[in-house]
Design a protein around this ligand. Structure first.
Ligand code: SF4
Ligand code: SF4
Length: 161
């Protein structure tokens, strides 16, 4: 056995020091909550940059019809293969097609923005929404209605044509 003291061999002293430092920070922070960098989410929310591109939106025309013409360019451009569209004939003969189903699997999406870039009619956009939570995998499959609702809820400045 070396000549180290009992105090340095017992490990109790360093544990005590560590606990004391932790307690000091705890009590300091408790009485100086305003100095903490923590955001009290969801009561408090961080302001994101207007350039932030988050959850997808399907935009609509002035008459409320979806702008998407089911051309599949976004689904083709998507590197994560997470856009699934079922095209159907539109009842209006002036409109060739519309998406009967338009689903995005948000668990596969990498938020690259390629879908937005590929769309020739500005029908899909990355909006300012960023809250992506759910209890079930199915909660992360955003349907056409979810995507239109995302636009109504978050983008009052979506341009309607
Ligand atoms: S942001 Fe990228 S990964 Fe996500 S749906 Fe669009 S193209 Fe696909
Ligand atoms: S969102 Fe745009 S790119 Fe995608 S299918 Fe509709 S019209 Fe085509």
């Amino acid at each position: 056995m070396s000549g180290r003291s009992l105090r340095s061999r017992s490990y109790l002293w360093p544990i005590f020091i560590g606990m004391w430092i932790t307690a000091r920070h705890l009590f300091f922070n408790l009485f100086h909550m305003r100095c903490l960098p923590t955001i009290q989410y969801p009561e408090q929310r961080r302001n994101y940059s207007p350039r932030f591109r988050g959850l997808h939106i399907l935009t609509v025309k002035q008459n409320g019809d979806i702008r998407c013409t089911a051309c599949m360019l976004c689904a083709t451009a998507c590197p994560a293969a997470c856009i699934h569209i079922t095209a159907d004939e539109h009842p209006d003969p002036n409109v060739e097609k519309y998406p009967r189903e338009f689903n995005i699997d948000m668990l596969r999406c990498v938020f690259c923005g390629m879908c937005e870039e590929a769309c020739p009619v500005d029908a899909i956009r990355m909006g300012p929404g960023y809250e992506l939570a759910g209890f079930d995998r199915n909660d992360f499959i955003y349907t056409k209605d979810d995507l239109v609702k995302n636009g109504n809820n978050t983008l009052s400045h979506v341009t309607h044509h």
